[in-house]
Design a protein around this ligand. Structure first.
Ligand code: F6R
Length: 260
């Protein structure tokens, strides 16, 4: 796992945007795995700025988002589809037919999960998967005790996750109970995983993910098994890492290693 510690949340978001931009420059038809959540908003702002500057194009790219709330139709303002439209898709040159999210309003959610996995496979798998992390260590909506071998399926959100996401809804009761989410197995199959975490509230989860034991108690710790995982953190999210001096030494300024 590469641990890239950046001096500010803004620089951390730009570093994540830079990795996506590098992927698109090397392979304009790349398959991008995207995430939602407040942490991702500046990343999408950064990608829009790069697009407007003429540095990157999404015209030949494909995207798959990690998750969607069960029960919300794509035009619901709080659906992750609408969130992605607002934050990214409406501002860049993506082909709308190649921007995929699970359908939250599918009449057969389990069938929808299988269809989604098949669509990812048909696209050739994910080249770069962007991830945030929940305070309890979830990635996607793989809450603690999720199977580390699971694929896209329906998960029940924890009370804590619903509370954390209530800020996007009128009331906590309005937050859906279930989500359809890619599983840890899908995430581990992505060719490159980029997890971004900023702020003090994520420091404990970040330490458990990077330096704690591998286990379903902290689903993000499964990234310890990934051969190419880049974790980008700001100083606050890095504040509980025991080996911080080591990470700063091998990735000064959050850059690639000096040796090798
Ligand atoms: C949502 C997702 C979640 C979020 C996580 C952090 O698509 O994948 O795992 O990344 O809940 O959310 P924020 O950034 O709002 O703290």
């Amino acid at each position: 796992m590469k641990v890239l510690v950046m001096d500010s949340a803004e620089r951390a978001a730009m570093r994540a945007g830079g990795l996506i931009a590098d992927t698109l420059s090397a392979a304009p038809d790349a398959v991008l795995g995207l995430a939602t959540g407040a942490t991702m908003e500046p990343v999408y702002g950064d990608l829009i700025a790069r697009h407007r500057a003429g540095a990157i194009s999404f015209a030949r790219a494909t995207s798959f988002n990690l998750d969607e709330y069960v029960g919300l139709p794509p035009d619901h303002p709080q659906s992750y589809r609408q969130t992605m439209q607002r934050l990214l898709f409406d501002h860049v040159d993506f082909d709308p037919s190649r921007c995929h999210l699970p359908r939250g309003d599918a009449t057969d959610p389990h069938g929808e999960a299988q269809r989604y996995d098949a669509a990812i496979a048909a696209a050739g798998g994910i080249d770069i998967q962007l991830l945030g992390i929940g305070r309890n260590g979830h990635i996607g909506f793989n809450e603690p005790t999720s199977s580390l071998g699971a694929r896209t399926r329906i998960k029940t959100l924890t009370g804590g996750t619903r509370k954390a996401n209530a800020r996007f809804f009128d009331t906590e009761q309005a937050v859906p109970r279930y989500a359809i989410t890619m599983g840890i197995a899908n995430i581990l199959e992505a060719r490159h995983c980029v997890l971004l975490a900023t702020g003090e509230a994520k420091a404990d989860a970040v330490a458990r993910m990077i330096e704690g034991p591998l286990g379903a108690d902290c689903p993000a710790s499964a990234l310890q098994l990934h051969p190419r995982a880049s974790v980008i953190v700001d100083r606050k999210a890095a504040s509980r890492l025991r080996m911080i001096d080591y990470y700063l030494e091998i990735h000064p300024g959050g850059e690639e290693p000096i040796i090798g």
